[in-house]
Design a protein. Structure first.
Lengths: 279, 177
């Protein structure tokens, strides 16, 4: 009687001979197929066997190969050994004649395996991506909230800029002389600055804006909830003329732009999206 | 909650479920795009593009997941399609990904590794992988029990995988863990 499960992992994993039968496309008991569908180790053994076979066999019959790529569902199902037997066999044959498909499968394996010990992406990035994904909308269709207008007084002897908020109760303006660089009321971001509190999906934040001599616009978004610079904030400066768009994404720290004395829009994407008009 | 139920809830516009999908698979998707570029801005953009694509047209791409694979594998395959399309459009070589030129060295590495195993082990691998014989047939030819064939094959192929993984890390899972 053919052994069903290995002695080493009795009643846990399939015997290698059963896995071999499956890889060869021979008949396998339904309960073994069911086990294979749910067991990562047995799937890996079968998948390794198929890949070794394809690599050792080399490229055969390349001239008759079709060039239509496999769809994502098929290649993922093949990787997981969970396609119907006839489809598995069809992909097996394809691997022997089509290097593109073989490479795609290899890259899929490497991607999945690499992720087992990969670093997680920035929390802020995940939070804002999750917020957008949960609305079922792409970036282009997201509502943009206004932060008001930042008016820069270019003719003043002292550099001056003011927030003119979208609503009167949010008015916050500041005028600071550039002659006093020692003032630093933000800890990590030297004055003169203009501040604006903004509520983001990820919590309460402060937007800090500074114009550094000669014409450098510096933006800093601070995560007040966690008391640290906000990460993964994407900021774009779009001149009204449409020429000279600048974009900066910061894991943390200050985003800096060359500021021209002409109207522009500052787009801030930190999960929620904000626009600040500049005059 | 299993992946099927999670996706069904996303398709019923359950926002918490949609956020859970992103949080669950963020590391995987980020890793796939990180392999393609060293520029964090580029990786972040591709990461967001991926979930935008998944959400596009009322989650059309998510609806195409058909239970014939784990959701994890399907999402990785979709991300990989994006990578391959971008490569084709830009007609550029990837920073870290495999190319056709690397496939032959991979095969050569495997064939070289074959010479590091014993004559008997190599014979079993050849009968199994080249000639497609089952354990019983191999056992009959070499005068062994099928179980013994399985054990020898398993150990010999583990050595092959280890050798190849020295040159192509993460190709085989047991090298990663």
């Amino acid at each position: 009687m053919k052994p069903a499960f290995s002695q080493e992992f009795q009643l846990v994993h399939l015997d290698p001979e059963v896995v071999a039968c499956f890889v060869d496309g021979r008949s396998v008991e339904p309960e073994h197929l069911a086990h294979l569908r749910n067991c990562e180790l047995c799937q890996t053994r079968a998948s390794d066997g198929r890949l070794l076979r394809a690599l050792l066999a080399g490229n055969q019959d390349a001239a008759s190969a079709t060039t239509v790529p496999l769809d994502a569902a098929t290649i993922a199902g093949y990787h997981d050994q969970s396609l119907p037997v006839d489809q598995m066999a069809a992909v097996d044959r394809r691997l022997l004649s089509d290097n593109d498909v073989l490479l795609e499968l290899i890259e899929l394996r490497i991607g999945l395996h690499s992720a087992l010990r990969a670093a997680e992406p920035q929390t802020q990035l995940v939070a804002r991506t999750a917020a957008r994904f949960s609305t079922g909308q792409s970036e282009e269709s997201m509502r943009i909230a206004s932060l008001g207008t930042l008016i820069v007084d270019w003719n003043s002897e002292l550099p001056a800029f003011h927030f003119h908020a979208a609503t009167p109760e949010n008015v916050a303006s500041i005028t600071m002389p550039k002659a006093d660089p020692a003032i630093n009321d933000s800890g990590s971001f030297p004055a003169p600055i203009a501040r604006r509190e903004i509520s983001l999906h990820a919590g309460r934040h402060t937007l800090r804006v500074r114009i550094a001599p000669p014409n450098q616009l510096e933006i800093f978004v601070f995560d007040e909830q966690h008391f640290r610079p906000a990460g993964g904030v994407k900021i774009s400066l779009e001149p009204e003329s449409g020429v000279g768009r600048q974009t900066a994404t910061r894991q943390a720290g200050i985003a800096s732009f060359d500021l021209q004395p002409s109207p522009a829009r500052l787009l801030i994407d930190a999960g929620d999206r904000w626009v600040l008009e500049m005059r | 909650m299993d992946d099927r139920e999670l996706v069904d809830r996303v398709l019923r516009y359950d926002r918490a479920a949609a956020e859970a999908v992103v949080h669950e698979y963020a590391g995987l998707i980020y890793t796939i795009f990180s392999r393609e570029s060293d520029d964090p801005d580029h990786v972040e953009q591709r990461f967001q593009d991926f979930f935008d694509l998944l959400a596009k047209n009322d989650y059309q791409m998510l609806r195409m997941w058909n239970d014939k694979s784990a959701l994890r594998s399907y999402l990785a395959a979709v991300a990989l399609k994006m990578v391959l399309e971008a490569r084709t459009r830009a007609d550029e070589e990837p920073d870290h990904g495999l190319t056709q030129e690397l496939l032959e060295p991979l095969r050569e590495s495997l064939h070289s590794a074959l010479h590091t195993v014993s004559e008997q082990d190599r014979r079993i691998i050849q009968l199994r992988r080249f000639d497609g014989l089952g354990f019983r047939e191999i056992g009959m030819r070499l005068g062994m029990k099928p179980n013994a064939v399985g054990v020898i094959l398993h150990r010999a192929e583990k050595r092959l995988r280890d050798q190849v993984s020295m040159v192509f890390p993460a190709l085989f899972r047991d090298f990663v863990q």
